[in-house]
Design a protein around this ligand. Structure first.
Ligand code: AP5
Length: 213
């Protein structure tokens, strides 16, 4: 299946993408993860992207489209994919259609995860990520010692993402409203959107998504 996951920052796109891609046997393609990886490597692409990311702004379309053009022709994506964080505005969505057309592919579904703003702020403020492998954690029930813990997968340190400070979260939410939310209408007009309630625990949301597919 060829799927796009839409939703505001912190809606749980990355969390759900890991589970859904595993269940469906398709690669999870996250432009945010690809960019963070480039930043960690200190590559020239990472250096160009870092300033935008730290301010909660979108990285320029040319950079993102180049990433997608290269990634989508990799062998594993020929049987399907789950896009997480791409496309992010109308230009990217239109260019993505052109890229897919040129490869004789088309999208099957766009899953739109809906969560309230209060819940988003809570989730992002409580998110920690592994410095080593990027695995996502949350501060649960006042677990104030989480930063002293180590990643269960690779033993790396857990830290806050630099764009999870409240001023940057609020900017990302504005960017989402202005640039990304219009994609819900864009893909609805193509008959592709499934709206999924993103409240409740992770397993409940995964079940809703799988049932809706
Ligand atoms: P990106 O990494 O895509 O960030 P985002 O869209 O803002 O989304 P997040 O990763 O913050 O949240 P998520 O929805 O994946 O939530 P998660 O599952 O982690 O982009 C980062 C930056 O890169 C952008 O700002 C931009 O600069 C740049 N960028 C990326 N793509 C781009 C593009 N296409 N064009 C231009 N620029 C681009 O969950 C959040 C927390 O909640 C976690 O702690 C998790 O454990 C917890 N959680 C998840 N589900 C639940 C649940 N059901 N109940 C309780 N807690 C939950």
């Amino acid at each position: 299946m060829k799927l796009v996951l839409l939703g505001p920052p912190g809606a749980g796109k990355g969390t759900q993408a890991c589970k859904i891609s595993e269940r469906l046997g398709i690669p999870h393609i996250s432009t945010g993860d690809i960019l963070r990886n480039e930043v960690a490597k200190g590559s020239s692409l990472g250096k160009k992207a870092l300033g935008y990311m730290n301010e909660g702004k979108l990285v320029p379309d040319e950079i993102i489209l180049e990433i997608i053009k290269n990634r989508i022709v990799e062998t594993d994506a020929s049987r399907g994919f789950l896009m997480d964080g791409f496309p992010r505005n109308l230009k990217q969505a239109r260019m993505f259609s052109e890229i897919l057309n040129s490869l004789d592919m088309k999208l099957d579904r766009v899953i739109n995860i809906e969560v309230s703003q209060d819940e988003i702020i809570k989730r992002l403020s409580n998110r920690r990520v592994c410095e080593g492998c990027g695995k996502v954690y949350k501060v649960d029930g006042g677990d104030l010692n989480i930063e002293e813990k180590r990643c269960e997968r690779c033993g790396g340190k857990l830290k806050k993402r630099s764009d999870d400070e409240i001023n940057v979260i609020l900017n990302r939410l504005k960017v989402y409203e202005n640039e990304t939310k219009p994609l819900v209408d864009y893909y609805t007009s193509e008959g592709l959107v499934i709206n999924v309630d993103g409240n409740g625990n992770e397993e409940e949301v995964t079940k809703r998504i799988l049932e809706s597919l």
